[in-house]
Design a protein around this ligand. Sequence first.
Ligand SMILES: [Zn+2]
Length: 334
Amino acid sequence: MASLFLAIGHGVQTDGTWDSGTAWNGYTEAELMKPIVGAAIPILEAHGVDVHTDYPENDMNITTCVAYANEHGIDYYVSCHCDYDQAPSGTLPIVYPGSGTSYNLASAINASVMLRMGIGTRGILQRSDDWEVRGTDMPACIFETGCISKDIDILTNSAAYGQAIAFGILDFLGISYNGGDTPAPSPQPTPTPSPSNPYGFTSIYNSDYYLEYGDGPDENITQFQRDCNFCGYWGENGPLVEDGYYGSESEYACECVQRFHGLDVDGKFGVNSDLALMTEIAQIQEALTKHGYNIAVDGGAGPATINATKDFQSKNGLEPDGICGDNTRALLGI
Ligand SMILES: [Zn+2]
């Protein structure tokens, strides 16, 4: 009999306080995921899966869930989450890079959910720095069920969503249900339109050369880090260290760029992400030239652009930090 740890994303934290996860319009991630997990459990159990879970109390934080699953030698681990309100619509399963079984588990759940819930996907994301997929001994998947704002009608259909997740797990395990439904066909990520390139930039990146976790040292990484810092795409812990090494903070900032521009979110900085970021910087540079600064509109945050930004900020009562955030952009008319 296969055993599974099925977790409600978010809930009680290590220090005992409550973590609702992302929130929007009165909905919270923890409260949305609870009935979905609750709907999946009886279906899985009825088909012989040994389910371990933090449902319904939701009193185990992520670290505890992972430790419990490891200690008890559980076969598989799935944690249900939803994405923040600015994220694009669609599912986003997350697995540890290089785990084929995890990828197959994520793919089966994703296929079932797309088929039964009529939701798109942003593809399967391989992430090395997420605790739930990194700390687990067994094949594991974080399943981002959708965007809390754009997919709320689907996320509140918890009975159907829980069933779709359960059927996907049964597909993965090769257990038939409903008299032997065939597994849902494997979905393809929703194709991302090529970013518009109004300035006609050429990227140094291509299908063979892109930046990913672990890369460096590389001066192009330093430029990427400078560009991200300039536009306010930071790591989880603040501005990126401009050191030419592409670690988890750079990966995180890259994902922010990709989310903001509606690209596939895979944390790898390549041609599409580069053109999107260059265009964004060029728009700022163009606005600076209209305010009298004699700088090149080249899509890169070099010293002249950063100094012009600082000068503009100090003349307009903003802190001259050289970071082009919302306030600076608003005053620039962007
Ligand atoms: Zn979450």
